[in-house]
Design a protein. Sequence first.
Length: 245
Amino acid sequence: MHNRTMGRLTATAAAAVAGLAVLSPTVSQAAVPGAPAAVRADAAAELPARLTVAGYKTYLKKNWDKGGRETTARFAGLTPAQQKKFVRYLEDRKVYSALKDQVKGNFGRPLHVVDPYNADVTFVTDVTATVAKDKSATATLRFSVSERIYGIPVTTETLTVKRATKGAVRKTVATASVRNVNAAIAVKAGAVKAATKGAVTKAEVAWSAKPLVKAFGQKAFVKDQTVSAAITKTGKYFTGKLTNR
């Protein structure tokens, strides 16, 4: 598992639906004989076939405050050939499927691990696990896994859990966040669950990636993300997983 003392175990927000209009043209709309015009329009509303470079630039402008601003600047620095490959990677289901990891380590020792998918795409895992010097001795574990294309962050899924380790009332709170500038998918978190039993705190969330272009596939892609923190008299440890369902 990824650990600064143990080494690596494995190598390997939501996009706005409004971005659909700026991707690539939809397939031809076949009318249903005898059906009302509104029904025919709904039946013919299909996903765009593929992403385009021009459409992706417009998508970023529509999501300016959700990562579009900085991504636009970095995307503009790529060559035309790289930009075309960039949007192909975005809609490649196999690339998103490979975005996963499993880690473990000790509190107080942050992890930063880079796993290459190929020469253009990398997966970056970051973990921070700390115990604050407040009256509740709040333990915080933050685990994120990010897909980057030519060094540009595309999708980052993060699960954070906090737990009070001192005091009469010891609350456990977990949150999930996503930073997504992949115009091929809309990524949404399900219900975040967290609980503490004895010395162990666990949290989990399911991420659903809804396709926005046909090239990604017709079905949503679901990933499960979990973290666990064990705080005992002999040590403080964590584990984290991002896996495909």
